[in-house]
Ligand binder design. Structure first.
Ligand code: 5AD
Length: 491
């Protein structure tokens, strides 16, 4: 099986066989009836579809703010979605709990039974425990398109249930779910799981139900990375989606607090995704770039968290991305309350409104510089990966990961070499301290080194070390410098 994995489109009969087997093994029942599901999903999508909302935003230069949110109890989830919609969320989420994501459906059902509208025993909505009928009622009761959010290497039943219930957006792909989220999973196993989901999405699309899929790629979870490397994962996820017939893709740029580099990242990831989709014959796929607020350690202090969100919104508004995935002022504390989530959405909407009309005047030469560097580095890695697969992104990814031509920092996954180390330069932009075996052009390596020179000079030894990499993990926390006794803070 592993050496047969490729980017070929899954045969429809094979999808049917796999569906029967997955439903039988994981749920002990027959698969959902797709004709019935398409009828419901089509009329739902015509009223509130995520693809139409994003297409409108892209065409008009607007940004759709999308939160993450999920609680166990059905009534509380509805209340939460209505609150977020009222605060200005253009698409509302159902974030699925971790037990359901790890296929522990019975444990999730037990925790649901212990949850009340005021107390969620789960960190999200137990989609399988609620089931298709109840979730259809939920989705029908809100006035916005709904995205189901989860992340794992086997989300086949979560996807089946989400689409049959009327979700018109879904999240992730094999690169992110495997290499950033799983310890033992391999691409050889997770890619076919995800191809099942993408093929199913392709069938929904062919039956009048466009479903949008987030390509997160190598956006770091909890840490930072060099944008060009994050883009490589996004493009590979997107090519695997398109290979199975997905028509609406959201390339992600995870923002890291350096505005020029973040703006450039938003522009570069869109350019690269479109470029490689066209190159591999998927020119009919529509893309909508998403900026996603910082995914690492957040300040616990609310005013600081607002400051961090503001830096992220600034980048998103200058780049005019059609989507902004919004974190909350309570990210540093835990799962946010509905009120904190709503306040973060409203804040984001306000600042986007203020800044986006000034976008052109805020594009700096520094953005241009970062953009060119991003494109040069990402193309070099992508071309090498595709070459290794004789043009096939699936085969190429698997071979490249084994040899370190694909490599990412801080991965929890045992199949990743982990020889790449990112570090921030003196201004806070993220650079390669060690690029491992990534095939970067000499010109790019020279620029990366030059940009680290001033931080090197600042360090006592004149060199940067692993400790600097560790220190950078809390870069977005801010402590006032302690003053000497009697010191004047304003001198
Ligand atoms: N409610 C709100 N946000 C959530 N996230 C995950 N689960 C929930 C939830 N139930 C968000 C957090 C986390 C990111 C991956 O998704 O911000 O950092």
């Amino acid at each position: 099986m592993p050496d047969q994995v490729s980017n070929e489109m899954l045969d429809l009969d094979e999808l049917k066989t796999q569906r029967a087997s997955v439903f039988h093994r994981q749920l002990g029942r027959e698969p959902y009836d797709l004709d019935e599901a398409w009828d419901f999903a089509r009329s739902n999508a015509e009223r509130r579809g995520m693809a139409a909302t994003l297409a409108r935003a892209k065409a008009t230069g607007n940004t759709v703010a999308i939160p993450r949110a999920g609680v166990a109890h059905w009534d509380a989830q509805l209340e939460l979605m209505r609150t977020l919609s009222a605060a200005g969320a253009g698409v509302v989420p159902i974030t699925v709990d971790s037990l359901t994501r790890s296929l522990k459906f019975e444990d999730a059902a037990k925790a649901l039974a212990q949850s009340t509208p005021d107390r969620s025993v789960l960190n999200g909505y137990p989609l399988l425990a609620h089931g298709v009928e109840r979730t259809r009622e939920l989705i029908s009761a809100v006035d916005r398109p709904v995205i189901v959010r989860a992340n794992a290497i086997d989300l086949r039943l979560v996807a089946e249930t989400a689409f049959a219930s009327g979700a018109t957006g879904f999240v992730s792909g094999p690169m992110y779910a495997t290499l950033e989220y799983s310890k033992l999973g391999s691409l050889e196993v997770s890619i076919p799981n995800w191809q099942y989901i993408f093929r199913l999405m392709g069938e929904y699309a062919a039956h009048g139900v466009p479903i949008v899929e987030d390509a997160i790629g190598f956006a770091q979870s909890g840490t930072c990375s060099v944008p060009s490397l994050m883009h490589v994962g996004v493009v590979l996820d997107a090519l695997i989606m398109a290979g199975q017939g997905v028509k609406h893709i959201v390339p992600y740029q995870m923002l890291q607090g350096h505005v020029a580099q973040d703006v450039a990242g938003c522009i570069a990831v869109g350019t690269l995704t479109d470029e490689y989709l066209a190159k591999l014959g998927f020119g009919d796929v529509r893309t909508y770039v998403a900026s996603s607020d910082w995914n690492g350690a957040f300040p616990a202090r609310q005013p600081d968290a607002y400051g961090l969100l503001a830096a992220n919104v600034l980048a998103c508004a200058i780049a005019r991305t059609p989507v902004n995935y919004v974190k909350t002022i309570e990210e540093g504390i835990g799962v946010p309350t509905a009120a904190a989530n709503a306040a973060s959405i409203r804040f984001t909407r306000y600042l986007t409104h203020l800044i986006s009309r000034q976008a052109t005047s805020l594009l700096s030469p520094e953005v241009e510089f970062e953009l060119e560097l991003n494109l040069m580095e990402a193309r070099a890695i992508l071309d090498a990966v595709l070459d290794m697969g004789n043009g096939d992104p699936v085969r190429g990814s698997i071979s490249a990961l084994a040899t370190g031509v694909l490599d990412i920092p801080f991965s929890p996954n045992v199949h990743v070499r982990g020889n790449v180390l990112p570090v921030r330069d003196a201004d806070g932009a993220v650079r390669f301290l060690d690029h491992g075996a990534l095939p970067l052009p000499a010109a790019a390596l020279r620029i990366e080194a030059e940009r680290l020179a001033s931080r090197r000079a600042r360090s006592g030894s004149g060199e940067l070390s692993y400790q600097d990499v560790i220190d950078d993990l809390s870069f977005l926390e801010f402590e006032e410098p302690t003053l000497p006794e009697g010191g004047d803070p304003h001198s």
